[in-house]
Design a protein around this ligand. Sequence first.
Ligand code: DLL
Length: 450
Amino acid sequence: MPAMIEKKSKPDIRIWQPECECMERSALEALQAERLRLQVERVWQHCPYYAAKMREAGVEPGQIRTIDDVRRLPVTTKADLRDNYPFGIFASPLKDVVRLHASTGTTGKPTVVGYTRDDMQVWSDLVARFLVAGGLTNEDIVQIAFGYGLFTGGFGLHYGAERVGATVIPASSGNTERQIMILRDFGTTALVCTPTYAVYLGEALKQAGVDPEQLALRLGFFGGEFWTHAIRAKIEELYGITATDNYGLSEVVGPGVSGECPYQDGMHIAEDHFLVEVVDPTTLEPVPIGELGELVITTLSKKANPVIRYRTRDISRLNSEPCACGRTMRRMAKVTGRTDDMLIIRGVNVFPSQIEHVLLQFEDAQPHYLLVVTRERQMDQLEVRIEVSEYLFSDQMRQLHDIRERLQRKIDSALGIRAKLTLVEPGSLERFTGKAKRVLDLRNSEIPKN
Ligand code: DLL
């Protein structure tokens, strides 16, 4: 058994690149403007796709001088990247590209992203930034339970943790028994995976009779998907660790766009490398700081495949208040959902996150749920399948009835429409070793028998 590492009591405020992360706002904005100017010039010269789009919008590189000028540029969508599959939007020749990754596309072709040697250097530093912000040191042993195959999570965190000088275990995703063995035998102090998998692994530990208190684990870096503060509290309690959130997307760089500091109050954005706008998703007009909107990101330093005003579909808000950790980079709030996650059921907008918020107020409901959407006689039907706890399921009929009634009321009022609620046995819904899939939309396919 490795030596126990003392659990953290007060915030550990080390900063990986203070000269960047703590820049004066005016200096930062000047740097952003200069990098934006160079980036636009670069795509104009080397990327016929962007040059054509800019011509169509009647804008030339000379017109981009301040950071506000970014709004003159046309936006880029996932469809634009797909249409140019695989390398059509690269701004560097392949001989300068040292790495390729691809996004986890659910339909059709994935989007392919490339990195030059310089891009790799920046990427590792940006991941190191949020790892150090979340408390990682070169004495930590980091178990990376993200997939390594084309997904940016595995290698992104891997290189970042190595850059910090930690001991890296490339466990990759899945094979839970082996994850438990490594956690125990190698003395892992920091766990990296999706929040969904952290919950699942926690359950598996319990089933294997392992007391998390006996592990050396003290930190968790979770990201890659939506998760709530309540899930964070569950995970922190389950393992006795400090869990921080980090955000990113393949099209922009992968993990490393933003991450939390020990104050856990929003993710500091690497604004020296990304220009982030928050816009109204319908009008594309900017929303005031602090209001919810879609994140639109322009890469400021990426060489292999820069993106200009990429529509992320992710909904969040910015916070420009100073942070006690000393970093001056703006923070983004936890992502609350994606514009394309939204289901329209009988004309009402429904987000899976609304169900999650309700569930987490109930002790006996587990954070495992599935929304099943069908169409019967031209009418959309929503069924919400929720797992209940072992205890409740075994012999508490009366309580089961009560919780059902209360859940139904809460769900109806949260969604604003009537949903069919089905309580299912503990462990019966699918578990995920990567990102969770919470929606089964069968409106355009056959209705399942069960
Ligand atoms: O998920 C990159 C990543 C890997 C980030 C590991 C953090 C850790 P994609 O597979 O392209 O890339 O998926 C990107 O995942 O647009 C969000 O919708 C969602 N997402 C990523 N991080 C978070 C987060 C990676 N912390 C898409 N909170 C993004 C909420 C997140 N959603």
